[in-house]
Ligand binder design. Sequence first.
Ligand SMILES: [Zn+2]
Length: 621
Amino acid sequence: MAGRIPQHFIDELLARVDIVEVVGSRVALKRSGRESKGCCPFHNEKSPSFYVNPVKQFYHCFGCGAHGTAISFLMEHDHLGFIEAVEELAGRAGLEIPREGPEAGPKDRRDDDLQALMTNVTQHYRSALGEDERARTYLKQRGLTGETVNRFALGFARNSWDDVLNTFGATAAGREALMATGMLIERDAQNARGAGHYDRFRDRVMFPIRDARGRVIGFGGRIIDQGEPKYLNSPETALFHKGRELYGLYEARQALRQVARLMVVEGYMDVVRLSQAGIHYAVATLGTSTTPDHLNRLFRVCNEVVFCFDGDRAGRAAAWRALENALPQARDGRQLKFLFLPDGHDPDTLVGEEGKEAFEARLETAMPLSEYFVQGLLQDIDLDSVDGRAQLAEKAKPLIARVPEGVYRELLLDRLAREVRMPAQRLGQLLGLTHRTDDAGQGGGLVGTQANGFPGGARVATASSGRPARPTLGQSVSPGRGNLVRQAITLLVQHPIAARGVRDGGELDGVERPGVALFLEMVAVLREEQIGTAQLLERFRGREEHPALERLAAAESLVPDATSATNELRDLYARLVLEFGPKQRQDALLTKAADLGLSPEEREELRQLQAKLRPKHPAAS
Ligand SMILES: [Zn+2]
């Protein structure tokens, strides 16, 4: 998918879908007055404090403060990206997403065609499995039930060079599409059999690899008996990017209401077998080591990631590589752990032998990254010798430098310092790092929003993971209080139709007060198009004002209906103009100048106002 999604489409989409239905298909809701309520999916609760408002097309939890539009809900609840969430809603509403920009159009259609082909091939492999006794026996012997086979849509690639080729590649276009999805391999003319194509996957159990929305984008194939390679993946294609995709992530999110942790294992069979044993949170990389992209995706879903490795030499080496790749992603609030299985065991066989509980008990003993880091560094180093310490510094320096500066890095340094019995500060110097003693590293702390010009100074707690923490009730915003601009903005967010109470906002043009520019921008948008709260909020997604606007939308409205909101805004606007309007301010200053005299600052302000007002009203005032 490429090209930007036009704003008018987001407007239309949010006008077509009903947030009550979207949320209601995932959370049990009951009507409560004009709203619907249920138990919040974002925190544990027994009595419902999660409300969905059909007028604002907005949800809000009074327990944990979660809130947002239908798009936000899918992003938070289904862990989708923005585009994926829009695609999901569009599919639901039966709308096709138009795209803007040079890459839009043909490429999207082409991706859709390839996607459809992958769906058909998956179906083909599934029926082939149904017809093949040997493949079914193999899966049974691996302990898989029919339910698991269906959930992961496992299939079978027949022992044939041209089964897929003949089924889907009758035309040149068909063969070309099969090539583009990596299902065929091209044979050149030098080959004894002449130029042509043949099936990439033969005589293998097929594991469809699905993207975040469950669409098949590639396959992993495991050989049934003996043969090489044991595992074979689809190559990189337009649909399939190994460095980004994780096998089992879609299935994990389908199986679990809330994903508390994810475990990275080596193979597809491990993922499937663990899931069958009731451990639904395993995922596998696809023949690559874990990339920063992988980790970012994992941490978007949960805060705890456990790497699971075989305890042998190769496993240890792979684990250390994973650690090196993980260091840049390490930060406060993210838990990274390492689990080593007994020598010669993989999760597949182990969970089969000992069952879910025993396996999960192992997980409790997984080593935190900091622990593994220190252990790994100290291996083969004699700390009692000067040489040893120098060696350690040498080894640790490039690794610690990969960790983003902040609380977590300090923690690693402290941990290492304790181990080598050296003050952390000295160790930091030894490693060429500056050691800060305050904890206001870039990871933590409170970030005020006042600086962005939003009035009222609502403070947003930012968790060190980089995600905004949900504001608690105490931080929520009450409309009707606070300054005039804030009240006006609150009214607009809660009752966008009230914008008709403002003629054109011209009287406030150029007023440099916090929030006035934002207010005028909102009025301009709303005067142009009749949109609701959710659409208005989506216009500001990604802007620094967005979280504050969402909080205003979540606050309880003190104005009962559109008519009173319009009147209220008309009144507020008049008061704003009285307070800030340049003409009014100029008059007030002139009056004051005549009565009491002006301070130097006021004289300067008056001079600037007169300069500003003159060209606009040349002859008249
Ligand atoms: Zn909640």
